[in-house]
Design a protein around this ligand. Structure first.
Ligand code: UN1
Length: 505
């Protein structure tokens, strides 16, 4: 087993076009969570090289912003083609580097393809407004111009899709991208970079050199992007702790940040819910990706009338859900990313017990020996929203709370520091609409009769409060990658001033 993963990873990387020198003999050791074995040693970016890369991106901007947006869309179309052609290989690499089960590894690449398609269409739709002027013979309008270099800092759990949500939009918007992936997942990033380079080569000469580049390294490399005034937009995905630092530092130099941080997502199960559908949705939402999505369902708020019909059945599902290797079993739950993640899970479970929680599951499952960390997902019945229930632990823990009135459930759902995603299960129109109203969920995403995870790319993705407020992906999220310019045009022969001001010289 041990050498098999490493050699498959090497074969895949070479097949995807990554030179072997990039991932052998470097200083950054990469481990597969599937077995814990070391699978590569990636060459890291020196700070001086990183600064040069940022400078080169700024140089690329001066050319790329002049390429018409629909033509820029053609590059993203070619990137989508490369991703389609390499979906199996890249999806497999996601599975090997992150431990996602096969369908989720492939799903991640599909998400990349989808955002490319979206961005291609968008490249002809970067609309501004026409505004009625108060002055005669005047026209008032706004247009959107490219913003400049976009720095993308991404997390291990969606090692490639998050780049694509940002990059596909940034490229059509006229911006170069410098990407700093998680140091836990540089291999999938190298593969995507190779696919992007291929798309650029097919695209032709009007793509400047260094339009999309990669920085490999830890925190200090990310900080270079955060602090560099040549990077007007920084998009960062990860913990709230990280986002607070990034947001403050980018703001200090008046850059803009797009922050997609922690989630503590809840679902409310009302008395009118279809419990079969709810059971399946909760299982996927809470245990899919081994609880390592920022949209993972972490709190289940169940009405007292359906609690006994739902929660014991859910506990049974937790007991029998398959936990195992994503490469040689059909298990639905793969490994946690590393030992630190398993320890954080155990610490939260102990804390939950200390606060009166009843824990089902959560124990370590031996799948591939000591170096890998598989855990049975945990279902924790809690007496109240206390202790770890208010925090995001990036592991499969679902806290269950009971409620009796919907107002109370909505208040519980909102009473956490995070505000990413949420959902409600039910068929009572009044309850559903209240949940979706301004007095309902305070999250960036609010779903009905499905869990909080698994968003499509067509909608804006992101959340409020400690989730950071950024929006990525669909809807009008593209605006964050451009700068708005308001234009007032006088086509008359006189000079009427706004607000009736006179100034006769
Ligand atoms: C994340 O967990 O960082 O909505 C992103 C979802 C996915 C994206 C998750 N489309 O679950």
């Amino acid at each position: 087993m041990t050498n098999l993963i490493a050699s498959e990873v090497h074969d895949l990387l070479v097949r995807l076009g990554v030179p072997a020198a990039r991932f052998t003999g470097g200083t950054l050791a990469v481990r597969s969570p599937v077995t814990g074995e070391e699978i590569a040693r990636v060459v890291e970016s020196a700070p001086e090289d990183a600064r040069r890369t940022i400078g080169a991106a700024a140089e690329a901007f001066t050319a790329w912003r002049r390429v018409p947006a629909p033509r820029r869309g053609e590059l993203v179309r070619l990137l989508g083609e490369e991703l389609r052609a390499s979906k199996e290989a890249l999806g497999r690499l996601v599975t090997l580097e992150v431990g996602k089960v096969v369908s989720e590894g492939l799903g991640e690449v599909q998400e990349m393809i989808d955002i490319c398609d979206f961005a291609v269409g968008l490249s002809r739709q970067l609309y501004g407004l026409t505004i009625q002027s108060e002055r005669p013979d005047h026209r008032l309008t706004e247009q959107w111009h490219p913003a400049g270099v976009v720095g993308v800092i991404s997390a291990f759990n969606f090692p490639v899709a998050v780049w694509s949500w940002n990059a596909a939009l940034a490229f059509v918007c006229g911006d170069p991208v410098v990407w700093k992936p998680s140091e836990k997942t540089p291999l999938t990033a190298l593969a995507v970079q190779a696919l992007f380079d291929r798309a650029v080569a097919r695209f032709g000469d009007d793509a400047p050199a260094n339009l999309g580049t990669l920085l490999i390294g830890g925190r200090e490399i990310g900080e270079l992007l955060v602090d560099d005034a040549r990077v007007p937009v920084v998009s960062a995905t990860g913990s709230t702790r990280m986002g607070r630092i990034v947001g403050e530092r980018v703001a200090r130099r008046f850059g803009k940040s797009i922050l997609e941080l922690g989630g503590n997502n809840a679902s409310i199960v009302t008395p009118s819910a279809d419990l079969e559908l709810t059971l399946r949705a909760v299982a996927f939402g809470a245990m899919g990706t081994a609880g390592q999505r920022c949209t993972t369902l972490r709190r289940l708020i169940v009405h007292e009338d359906v609690y006994d019909a739902l929660v014991p059945r859910l506990a049974q599902v937790y007991q029998r859900i398959s936990v195992g290797s994503p490469i040689d079993s059909d298990a639905l739950v793969g490994p946690l990313i590393d030992g630190a993640s398993f320890e954080a899970m155990q610490a939260s479970l102990s804390d939950a017990k200390a606060h009166g929680g009843i824990v089902h599951g959560g124990e370590r499952v031996d799948v591939n020996g000591d170096g890998s960390f598989y855990a049975r997902p945990a279902l924790v019945e809690m007496p109240g929203q206390v202790g770890p229930v208010r925090e995001e632990t990036f592991a499969p823990i679902l806290y269950v709370l009971k409620y009796s009135a919907l107002d109370e459930a909505i208040a519980l759902q909102n009473d956490v520091p995070q505000g990413l995603s949420s959902s409600i299960f039910g068929n009572d129109l009044r309850e559903i609409e209240l949940f979706l109203s301004g007095a309902g969920s305070d999250c960036g995403i609010a779903n009905v009769n499905m869990g909080p995870s698994g968003a499509e790319i067509g909608g804006a993705f992101g959340g409020e409060k400690e989730t950071g407020g950024g929006r990525e992906s669909g809807s009008d999220a593209w605006r964050a990658y451009m700068r708005r310019q308001t234009n007032a045009i006088n086509y008359g022969r006189t000079l009427p001033l706004a607000q009736g001001v006179t100034f006769d010289i």
